[in-house]
Ligand binder design. Structure first.
Ligand code: PD2
Ligand code: ZN
Length: 288
């Protein structure tokens, strides 16, 4: 069965998820097809869609199993499903968690006053954002990333230091393994197209980039203000979009530099208002 044959009734992400969930819960294929027929699907198309979704799901599962063992990664202490995490000087809410990809949505990582203070400290130093060019190991302007940004040095001032210590405690990862905090500003129309935060091992510049601290293994995107429309952080592999709410943060980790981590993510275009975030990237080892 090809995508063309189901073109009149496309396999949406919701349908795909429903088929996988039902099959995982033990519902047999004929019952799935019956249910689809009842909601208006042509029988042949329903059979083909179920077959295609389950085949692709099994292939993805097999591909994940075949991957090499990953490295240890930062991880909040979520073992007994706490509603709050102790980040030392602040209690941080756990608003949502997902296992695969590993994503945790945190509420109130920063106070409104801390968000304002970070924006004020960053504002005079903003310049067009660069991305790391893995082909060379240098930085470059990239059309996929139309924000302005700046980096703080690690521990550069009191608020940066306080936030770094809070994050280290929250995700149980040494402060020294963190890159300097980056602040980004998106105006209407600005976005960050979907990408992986790890460095592609196939690119020639990656060996140079990872000499300092190894691979990136986790990211924290911290929202410093509330845009009016747009600007969510999306994860296309799992059809998830995180709303950018001031003081909240989305954490995600990746134990290998591989798309099988399903950590493809992007910053959706800002439609109205503006968006300020701080990004913290964490490395495997000390980032000197
Ligand atoms: O601004 C975002 O939501 C965003 C999305 C994807 C930020 C980053 N990646 C990043 O800074 O890596
Ligand atoms: Zn990113």
């Amino acid at each position: 069965m090809t995508a063309a044959a189901t073109a009149s009734q496309p396999i949406t992400p919701d349908l795909r998820r429903w088929i996988v969930e039902q099959a995982g819960a033990g519902v047999a294929a004929p019952a799935l097809i019956q249910a689809m027929r009842r909601s208006g699907w042509n029988e042949d198309v329903a059979i083909a869609a179920v077959e295609q979704v389950l085949r692709e799901h099994l292939q993805e599962h097999a591909a994940r199993q075949a991957q090499p063992a990953g490295v240890p990664v930062p991880e909040p202490a979520l073992g007994d499903s706490p509603l709050f995490l102790d980040a030392g000087d602040r209690q941080v809410q756990v608003l949502m968690r997902m296992e695969q990809p590993r994503i945790v949505l945190l509420g109130g990582l920063l106070s409104p006053e801390e968000c304002e203070a970070l924006i004020a400290a960053a504002r005079p130093r903003m310049a067009r954002s660069l991305t790391v060019a893995t082909a060379t190991g240098g930085d470059e302007v990239n059309d996929d990333r139309t924000s302005d940004g700046m980096f703080f040095q690690r521990g550069e001032n009191e608020i940066v230091q306080r936030l770094e210590e809070r994050i280290a405690r929250l995700v149980r990862w040494p402060v020294e393994n963190g890159e300097g905090l980056q602040v980004l500003h998106y105006r209407p129309g600005a976005e960050y197209k979907p990408h992986y935060d790890y460095f592609d091992p196939a690119e020639p510049g990656t060996a140079t980039i990872t000499r300092r601290g190894g691979q990136r293994v986790a990211t924290l995107v911290i929202y410093l203000n509330d845009p009016i429309k747009g600007g969510g952080t999306n994860f296309p592999d799992v059809s998830l979009e995180v709303a950018p709410c001031r003081g909240n943060a989305v954490f995600f980790s990746y134990d290998r530099p591989h798309p099988g981590t399903r950590t493809l993510h992007g910053g959706a275009p800002v439609i109205e208002g503006e968006k300020w975030i701080a990004t913290k990237w964490l490395r495997e080892r000390e980032f000197k």
